[in-house]
Design a binder for this molecule. Structure first.
Ligand code: TXA
Ligand code: MG
Length: 347
């Protein structure tokens, strides 16, 4: 299949709407990461998305809407807190989980009786949803397991030959996927996946519980509310390790690593041996969120076999950075200041 890569604009939105209405799929820009979109109500179109990504069937998709009316078409009931949060954060990087109506296909929702819904903040994608008149089911537009795409180029790397259209809307503003929450009564949410709508921001409106799966490894038979949390994720081909410690401990540790091509994502303050190839990361959580996935992809392209990423500060959007990084590293955290011990002894 020929894959067309086109800059976002009115004409291409029109063309994409035609494609989606006839059961096709297309990659679209959002403020978080690129999505691979299909008519959420068309089972065959949704199946094409699962196929193109190589995604497990039980991992549900997020339904993207352009109006509150669309939410009422999907959700069996909408609690008042959801409306308050929608008012505060939509369009934006917040996904909320609702009981779904019977006409929403089970396939779209990974067989669950709930549906995850968000209104993305990208004018082209919002216009596209409006033009279609149905919600777009859209997972991140990467091959399942790889880092999520934050540019059209990343989507092209993974999807060339597999999908007909990629709409290029430039680099994604946040660089990590939306915050996913479910409701616990009418005055609390549980964060299943952290994102740019931070716990601190949500606490302005309600109680916030952070699910244990956000930072802890789930057992093989653990019952998960959000199936996406159980899969290995966001991983380049290189082995990823999180490194913890001071500038000098990290420098000393990297000197001791004896593999051919070492990649490193740090804060910019570390003094590094020549053997290390440095990729953009950043000195604060916002920059780190923006750069994490693209740098992991760059490290692969540069042929790094091991990539060390400095442990981020977990406040604000940093919680999302750390959550993605833990999965990318298979929960391997190296404490570089454990003198005299094998720092690579893993938990
Ligand atoms: O920012 C984003 O959310 C991006 C852009 C494209 O909007 N999309 C995205 O989709 O990250 P995806 O499929 O890569 O991740 C969706 C996450 C998964 O962890 C999935 O398990 C969870 O949301 N999810 C979807 N529907 C759910 C449901 N009904 N109940 C619980 N979790 C759900
Ligand atoms: Mg994804």
């Amino acid at each position: 299949m020929e894959t067309k890569l086109a800059m976002a604009g009115d004409e291409i939105i029109e063309e994409a709407a035609g494609l989606l209405k006839s059961g096709g799929i297309a990659a679209v820009p959002t403020e978080t990461v690129y999505g691979l979109a299909a008519n959420a109500y068309d089972v065959n179109a949704v199946r094409s998305v699962f196929r193109a990504k190589g995604r497990p069937q039980d991992n549900p998709l997020i339904l993207h809407i352009s109006s509150i009316e669309m939410l009422y078409d999907i959700a069996e009931s909408v609690n008042p807190l959801a409306l308050t949060l929608a008012e505060a954060f939509w369009p934006g990087p917040l996904t909320m989980i609702f009981p779904r109506k019977a006409h929403v296909p089970a396939e779209t929702c990974g067989g669950l009786d709930t549906a995850a819904v968000r209104m993305p903040r990208n004018r082209f994608t919002l216009a596209l949803i409006e033009r279609c008149g149905f919600p777009l089911a859209a997972p991140s537009a990467n091959t399942s397991g790889l880092p999520s795409p934050t540019s059209a180029k990343h989507v092209y790397e993974d999807m060339n030959g597999k999908i007909p259209l990629i709409i290029d809307g430039g680099e994604c503003r946040y660089g990590v996927e939306s915050t996913v929450v479910c409701f616990e009564g009418e005055d609390a949410v549980r964060i299943l996946r952290p994102g740019a709508v931070t716990p601190e921001m949500l606490r302005e409106y309600c109680h916030v519980v952070i699910d244990s799966g956000v930072l802890e490894k789930l057992g093989a038979d653990a019952k998960v509310i959000s199936p996406g949390m159980k899969y290995k994720h966001y991983s380049p081909n290189a082995e990823v390790y999180i490194v913890k410690g001071t500038d000098s401990d990290i420098s000393a540790f990297l000197k001791s690593v004896s593999v051919n091509k070492i990649g490193f994502l740090g804060f910019g303050s570390e003094i590094l041996p020549d053997s290390v190839t440095v990729f953009p990361y950043g000195k604060n959580a916002e920059e780190q969120a923006e750069n994490l996935f693209s740098s992991l992809r760059e490290a692969d392209a540069a042929g790094c076999t091991e990539v060390y990423v400095r442990m981020p500060d977990t406040a604000g959007i940093g919680l999302a950075v750390y959550n993605r990084l833990l999965r990318s590293a298979g929960f391997r955290v190296i404490d570089t200041c454990r003198q005299g011990e094998d720092a690579r002894a893993l938990p």
